[in-house]
Design a protein around this ligand. Sequence first.
Ligand SMILES: Nc1nc2c(c(=O)[nH]1)N[C@H]1C(S)=C(S)[C@@H](COP(=O)(O)O)O[C@H]1N2
Ligand SMILES: [Mo]
Length: 237
Amino acid sequence: MQSPRRPFTRRHLLQLSGLSGAGLLLNACGAPLYSDQVNQAFEPLNQRVEKIILKPQSLVPEYSASAVNPEALLINSIDGTPEIDPTTFQLIIDGAVNRPMQLSLADLQSMPLTSMIIRHVCVEGWAAIVQWGGIRLQDLAALVQPKPEARYVYFQSADGYYESWDLPSALHPQTLMAYQKNGAPLPAENGAPLRLASPIKLGYKQSKWVTRISFTADLMDRQGYWVDKGYEWFAGL
Ligand SMILES: Nc1nc2c(c(=O)[nH]1)N[C@H]1C(S)=C(S)[C@@H](COP(=O)(O)O)O[C@H]1N2
Ligand SMILES: [Mo]
């Protein structure tokens, strides 16, 4: 991974909150969405989340830039490519968190960028080495402050796709919300403006066109588009 960083600190959180300012907490019309949350911005992360983030998690070895094979990443979509206007796009993060938020693409791009070159593996029998650039999901978690009961993370996508992950996998340092692919802005068919990318899960766990991330205490009946059709839920690599 490019420039390994120390785990997210309170200083980072303060910097970030300062950077994006009130914009983080305003909706498109400029009305405060969660104004009662603004003053609670800086409580420390709860112990469960902190333990997951601070314990040294084993990193999956990455590939060199010369190993990237752009043609090998096949488009795999259940229902075409949804149209999303990146200028009005808002990522909702809610559920069992102290500070639910809506973030624009500009907000997300003001956060620390992580780049990684990993292998994408689809159960249908193909794989591709890809460079992804984006935000660590653990950095987003540090921002919204999951509650102690949070154990799962749900991802809702604009094409109706949905997925759920266990919290430790979601908080792994190589689990990204990516907005770049192979050094360029993420193409629409690969999930723009925002998709999951991680070397620790199979391809079908890596939701494209993510519009909403919800932390939950329990797994619900609908666990994932392919999972509900019989594929394995954990789907670890
Ligand atoms: N929203 C959404 N995400 C999705 C899918 C999809 O159909 N819709 N397909 C999944 C599968 S099976 C794979 S292998 C990868 C493919 O990513 P790509 O199309 O960028 O190669 O996206 C995953 N994420
Ligand atoms: Mo896949």
